[in-house]
Ligand binder design. Structure first.
Ligand code: GAP
Length: 452
C-alpha cells in the first residue's frame, strides 16, 4: 500500500471511474451495500477467473461446483449456523445505535463520535445479546405457511452436501478438492469500511478432502499456496502476513485457522482464512441426513471420513486489496497523475487504442480496425475524446497497462506507439504484430514496481 493512502482516496477513485457505487443511491443508499460498475465488474471477474484457473485449470486434483444459494434449512442446523453463527450485540437506549459488543473499542458513540459507546455519562447500553447473522426468507407464496429458509452465509456447505455426488462422479480420491465461487449473505451490523464488509459478497472457497493423518501437512501447504497466489497477481509481500488464530477465536468447526491479512488503509485485516475443519462437516451432515459421507477405497476396502482443509477467500476483499496495492500518485513533468499499477491479468482493460488526431480519416480508420482486431482476444477500449494527455490519464486511473497511439507516422509505415503505464516508456511496433506483442506481454511474469 502506498504511504498516505486512505480509504477515502480509494472510494473516490472507485466512484469517479465507475468501479463501485453506493447501492440504492437515489433512495438515500443502503448501508454496507454496493453496486459494481463497468470497470468494477471487469476487475472482479478477473479476480475470480485467476482464482479458478489456479484452483481448477492448473491442477488435476480439484473440480468445480456451483451449488444453490437457498439450501435445505436442515443443512444450517447440522452445520451449526442456526445455533452458533452469531455476533454479540448491544443497543444504546440513548442514541438508538447498535454495536458489536466485542468491537466497542473500534466504534463511535452515536451522539459524540470522538467517544466510544459507553464512554459518556449519557450512554445507556443494554446487556449483550446474541444475534444470528443469517438472512431468513420463506419459500412458498403464503408467508405464514411458507417454509423458513436462509440465504447461505458461506458457500462451503453446498460443497459438503455434494461430497458424495462429486466423489463418485469425478472419480477422485483424497486428497482432492471442490471449488466454488458465489454469493454469500450476512446480516452484518458493523458498518463496513467500503467493500471490506458488506451484507452480500462473493466468496471463492475450496474444500480439500484429505486423509485425516495428512490434515496438518495440507493445512500448511494451502497457506503457502494462497499467499503465493496473491503475490503472483501483484500484491506486495510486505503488505501480506499470516496470522494464526488464538484458541478462543476459532470457529466451532475448526481445530486450526490462519488468516492471510492485508495491510489495508484501516490496518492489518483479514483477506482470506485457511481452516483445518477436520471431519466436523461431513460427520455432522452424515448424522443429520442419514447418508454415509465417507471415502471407501475400491481396492483395499479401507474407509474413512476425510478431513477438510479450506482456503476461503472474499472476492470483494481481494478486489479492495488489489486496488489499494496498485494505487499510486506521482508527479510526471509538471503534472500529477493517479495510476493503478494493477497486474495486467487483473486490470479491467488490457489496452486502449487512441487515435492521436481523431478527425483525420486515415488515423481514425486504422484506430478502429486495430481496436476491432484486439477486442477479439482481450478487453480493449477505443477512446477518441479529448486531449491525448487526458486520455492517457484516464487509462492510468483505471489501470490499463498499455496504450496504443495511432498517429501520422502510422499512415507512412504502419506502426503505432505503445506506451507502458508503469514506466511511461514508448516504443513503436508494427500494427501487424500488435496483437501478438500484447499477448506476449500479458503472458509474461509481472511484479509491481518498487515504491519510490
Ligand atoms: N467458509 C468459511 C468462511 O466463510 P469466513 O472467514 O467467515 O470463512 C471467508 O469468510 C472470507 O469471506 C473472508 O476471509 C472474507 O474475505 C470474506 N467475507 C466474509 N464476510 C464478509 C463480508 N461481510 N463482506 C465481505 N467479505 C466477507
Amino acid at each position: 500500500m502506498a504511504s498516505g493512502l486512505t480509504m477515502d482516496k480509494i472510494v473516490s477513485l472507485a466512484r469517479r471511474r465507475g468501479f463501485v457505487f453506493p447501492s440504492s443511491e437515489i433512495y438515500g443508499g443502503l448501508g454496507s451495500s454496493y453496486d459494481y460498475g463497468h470497470y468494477g465488474v471487469l476487475l472482479k471477474e478477473n479476480v475470480k477467473a485467476r482464482w479458478l484457473e489456479a484452483m481448477v485449470q492448473e491442477r488435476d486434483d480439484i473440480v468445480a461446483l456451483d451449488s444453490a444459494i437457498i439450501l435445505h434449512p436442515r443443512i444450517w442446523e447440522a452445520s451449526g449456523h442456526v445455533g452458533g453463527f452469531t455476533d454479540p450485540l448491544v443497543d444504546c437506549r440513548t442514541c438508538k445505535k447498535r454495536f458489536r459488543a466485542d468491537h466497542l473499542a473500534d466504534e463511535q458513540c452515536g451522539r459524540k463520535p470522538s467517544k466510544r459507546p459507553g464512554e459518556t455519562s449519557e450512554c445507556d447500553l443494554t446487556e449483550a445479546r446474541q444475534f444470528n447473522l443469517m438472512f431468513e426468507t420463506r419459500v412458498g407464496p403464503v408467508e405464514e405457511t411458507g417454509q423458513r429458509v436462509f440465504l447461505r452465509p458461506e458457500t462451503a456447505q453446498g460443497i459438503f452436501v455434494n461430497f458424495k455426488n462429486v466423489a463418485q462422479l469425478a472419480r477422485r480420491k483424497p486428497p482432492f478438492g471442490i471449488a466454488q465461487v458465489g454469493k454469500s449473505f450476512r446480516n452484518e451490523i458493523t458498518p463496513g469500511n467500503f467493500i471490506f464488509r458488506t451484507l452480500e459478497f462473493e466468496q471463492m472457497e475450496m474444500e480439500f478432502f484429505v486423509p485425516p493423518d495428512a490434515a496438518d501437512q495440507w493445512y500448511r501447504y494451502w497457506i503457502d499456496e494462497r499467499v503465493a497466489w496473491y503475490v503472483r497477481y501483484g500484491l506486495r509481500q510486505e503488505s501480506l502476513r499470516v496470522r494464526p488464530h488464538e484458541p478462543d477465536e476459532l470457529s466451532h468447526y475448526s481445530s486450526a485457522t490462519s488468516d492471510i491479512e492485508y495491510l489495508y488503509p484501516i490496518g492489518w485485516s483479514e483477506l482470506e482464512g485457511i481452516a483445518n475443519r477436520g471431519t466436523f462437516d461431513l460427520t455432522a451432515h452424515a448424522e443429520a441426513s442419514g447418508t454415509t459421507l465417507e471415502w471407501v477405497d475400491g481396492g483395499s476396502g479401507e474407509r474413512y471420513v476425510p478431513a477438510v482443509i479450506e482456503p476461503a477467500a472474499g472476492v470483494n476483499r481481494a478486489m479492495l486489496a488489489f486496488l489499494c496495492d496498485a494505487y499510486d500518485e506521482e508527479v510526471v513533468g509538471d503534472r500529477e497523475r493517479t495510476v493503478l499499477r494493477l497486474h495486467p491479468e487483473i486490470a479491467p482493460v488490457k489496452v486502449a487504442v487512441l487515435p492521436l488526431i481523431p478527425r483525420d480519416a486515415g488515423i481514425a480508420e486504422r484506430a478502429r480496425a486495430l481496436h476491432q482486431d484486439l477486442r477479439r482476444v482481450m478487453v480493449a477500449e477505443h477512446d477518441d475524446g479529448g486531449q491525448i494527455g487526458r486520455r492517457y490519464r484516464r487509462q492510468d486511473e483505471i489501470g490499463t497497462p498499455w496504450a496504443l497511439t495511432v498517429d501520422e507516422q502510422t499512415l507512412v509505415d504502419e506502426t503505432v506507439t505503445i506506451r507502458d503505464r508503469d514506466t511511461l516508456a514508448q516504443e513503436r511496433i508494427s500494427i501487424s504484430r500488435a496483437r501478438e506483442h500484447l499477448l506476449d506481454r500479458l503472458a509474461a511474469p509481472w511484479a509491481p514496481p518498487a515504491r519510490g
